[in-house]
Design a protein around this ligand. Structure first.
Ligand code: SF4
Length: 183
């Protein structure tokens, strides 16, 4: 049907990653994607992602995270703020959207988000940018992602709030709620 395609997302040392030592920083991620995209050698690979997200991975866009762009629902409820970070659960999607302090998450806002470039937060930002700037997105689709030259400015980390290690407590609370319902 012609719908085959590749989906990519850079890993990083998120809180629950068992190996914290071998993930890449944002800078190394961008350099790696530039090297990958250079290897297309004229035969353009088919990605199932927006051209601007790929451009972001190559360091050509300064994007802020949109954590609600790919919301996570699991056994405990709606997970805030995203599937990589578990900092609480809500019973309904409405509660998730209305009661989460979204501005306290994302690169530059929160220490745990400092090295993140994953699709769950940044693809949504790229798609919104594509809607507002269709010509820019179309030009990258036609010409390919730029793999040389200066990168877009990085988000400063000097005002991010420190990490809070709350995952285990929230899971324990969610487990207790589930158990009480089963009794
Ligand atoms: S930057 Fe966004 S997607 Fe990444 S961990 Fe933080 S909230 Fe989640």
């Amino acid at each position: 049907m012609g719908i085959d395609g590749i989906t990519v997302s850079p890993g990083y040392a998120y809180e629950r990653a068992p190996d914290q030592a071998h993930f890449l920083s944002r800078r190394r991620t961008k350099e790696l994607f530039r090297e990958i995209f250079k290897r297309q050698n004229g035969s353009r690979w088919s990605f199932n992602q927006s051209s601007l997200f790929l451009d972001f991975l190559a360091g050509n866009q300064t994007y802020h995270c949109t954590p609600w762009g790919n919301p996570t629902r699991n056994y405990f409820g709606w997970q805030r703020p995203c599937y990589l970070l578990g900092e609480g659960y809500t019973r309904t999607f409405k509660e998730l959207m209305e009661e989460t302090d979204w501005d306290s998450y994302g690169t530059g806002n929160y220490e745990k988000c400092a090295q993140c470039m994953v699709h769950s937060g940044y693809e949504a930002t790229a798609v919104v940018d594509s809607v507002h700037n269709p010509l820019k997105a179309a030009m990258i689709s036609l010409r390919g992602v730029r793999t040389t030259g200066a990168m877009a400015p990085e988000i400063p980390l000097d005002r991010q709030r420190p990490a809070e290690y709350v995952f285990s407590r929230h899971v324990e609370e969610a487990m207790a709620r589930l158990k009480s319902r089963l009794r």
